[in-house]
Design a protein around this ligand. Sequence first.
Ligand code: FAD
Length: 232
Amino acid sequence: MRGGPAFEVLFNINTYLKKKGLRDKFELTFFAPMEKPGQKMGDKALLMMDKMFKSMDIHKQVGSKIVAFESDGIVFENGRKILSDLTMFISAGTGHTILSSSDLPLSEAGFVVTNEYNEVEGFEGIYAIGDSASLMGAKWRAKQGHVAEVMAKNVAYGIAMHIQNIDSKRSYMGQLNILCMMDTGNGAAFVYRSEKGGKMIPLPIIGHWMKKAWGVYCKYSKLGKIPRIPGM
Ligand SMILES: Cc1cc2nc3c(=O)[nH]c(=O)nc-3n(C[C@H](O)[C@H](O)[C@H](O)COP(=O)(O)OP(=O)(O)OC[C@H]3O[C@@H](n4cnc5c(N)ncnc54)[C@H](O)[C@@H]3O)c2cc1C
């Protein structure tokens, strides 16, 4: 499963129902097969998530495999069934079928195996970046948009150097982190995880507008309509 976006949808539904004055008519339950979903964000963040669930009256069903999705709910290995009018689930990713029909070396999940410079070893001049590449690194690593951008820049650099016969490459390994603004519809939680540990900082009200502003900045700066802020 891809946890971050699932949390965001759940928190936004809670805010939406509250705004409509209908929250007490609905029961919201977060479910996941693993014992500690969201652990990639770090232990402190996990505690904070629990606090957020409690303050929003969101129930939790974790630590038991999902056996079936049925039209009226979700069945778990421990025999429990959550009755549901609306079920949202983001499955764990697998690689694109283009990759599985290629001769490229793939991970078990079907992503292209590369070295830290995103080169596909044994395939001269072939690189894999972003979500299609099998990500190396610590257990908490996560595929993220900014990591895909770092990989793209590194590969462009590597190709430019190669053409000029200069032996210089850039690795993405030193730039792995989780950086996320988890929108709740009426605020956000800033999540950061690196090799030094993780943190989650609640940003009521302003966090929501920061995320919206980032979306506008990102779109228009990429389209070349406004200048990019150096380093961002
Ligand atoms: C629900 C969700 C929420 C996320 N939230 C965040 C977040 O808050 N922060 C963050 O940093 N990351 C987030 N991510 C991760 C981030 O979106 C990805 O890591 C990033 O987009 C990867 O970039 P990419 O260019 O490798 O792939 P993509 O952005 O997926 O781009 C691949 C492109 O290839 C196109 N394509 C596919 N097949 C073909 C084909 N046959 N021919 C031509 N084109 C094709 C697709 O349409 C797509 O445009 C999220 C991911 C998901 C799924």
